[in-house]
Design a protein around this ligand. Structure first.
Ligand code: HEC
Length: 121
C-alpha cells in the first residue's frame, strides 16, 4: 500500500466529523428554512434574516414587517423555545405568519438546525 496515500486518508478521516456536522446543519437549514430565511444581517426575504437569532428578541428587526403576534410575543429566542417553534410555530407564537410551514417532527433534525443557527451567531 502506498504510505503517503494512507497518511492522507488518515488526515481526511480525522478532520471529517466536524466538517460533516457543519454540512449537515447547512443542508438541513437549506432544506427547511432557506426558502424564506437567510443567515445574513439585513437580508430579509419572505421571512426575517436569522443572523444572531439565538439571544435575539422575537419580532425585533426594525426593517422587517412582522405579524403583530410576533412583535407582541415578548419572548427572546433561546435553544428551547426555538426547538418548540420549529416543531410547531403556533404553539409558541399563536397567530404568527410563518406560513406555509409544516413543522419538523424529528428532534435530532431540529437540534442539528439549532446548532447551525448558533454556529452562525
Ligand atoms: C414559508 C416561509 C418560511 C419557512 C420555510 C420558514 N420560515 Fe421562519 N419565518 C417566516 C416568516 C414569514 C416569519 C415572520 C413571522 C411573523 O412575523 O409572525 C418567520 C419568523 C421566524 C422566526 C422569528 C424571527 C424573529 O426575528 O423573531 C424564527 C426564529 C424562524 N422564523 C426560524 C425558522 C427556521 C429555523 C426555519 C427552518 C426550520 C424556518 N423559520 C422556516 C417564514 C418562514
Amino acid at each position: 500500500m502506498n504510505t503517503r496515500l494512507f497518511a492522507l486518508g488518515l488526515v481526511g478521516g480525522l478532520t471529517c466529523p466536524p466538517a460533516l456536522a457543519q454540512d449537515d446543519g447547512q443542508t438541513a437549514f437549506n432544506n427547511s428554512c432557506r426558502t424564506c430565511h437567510t443567515m445574513k444581517e439585513g437580508d430579509n426575504r419572505q421571512g426575517p434574516n436569522l443572523a444572531g437569532i439565538v439571544g435575539r428578541k422575537a419580532g425585533s428587526l426594525p426593517d422587517y414587517n412582522y405579524s403583530s403576534s410576533m412583535k407582541q410575543s415578548g419572548i427572546t429566542w433561546h435553544e428551547a423555545n426555538l426547538d418548540q417553534f420549529i416543531a410547531n410555530p403556533d404553539q409558541v407564537v399563536r397567530g404568527n405568519s410563518m406560513k406555509p410551514y409544516g413543522g419538523i417532527t424529528d428532534a435530532a433534525q431540529r437540534k442539528t438546525i439549532i446548532e447551525f443557527l448558533k454556529s452562525r451567531d
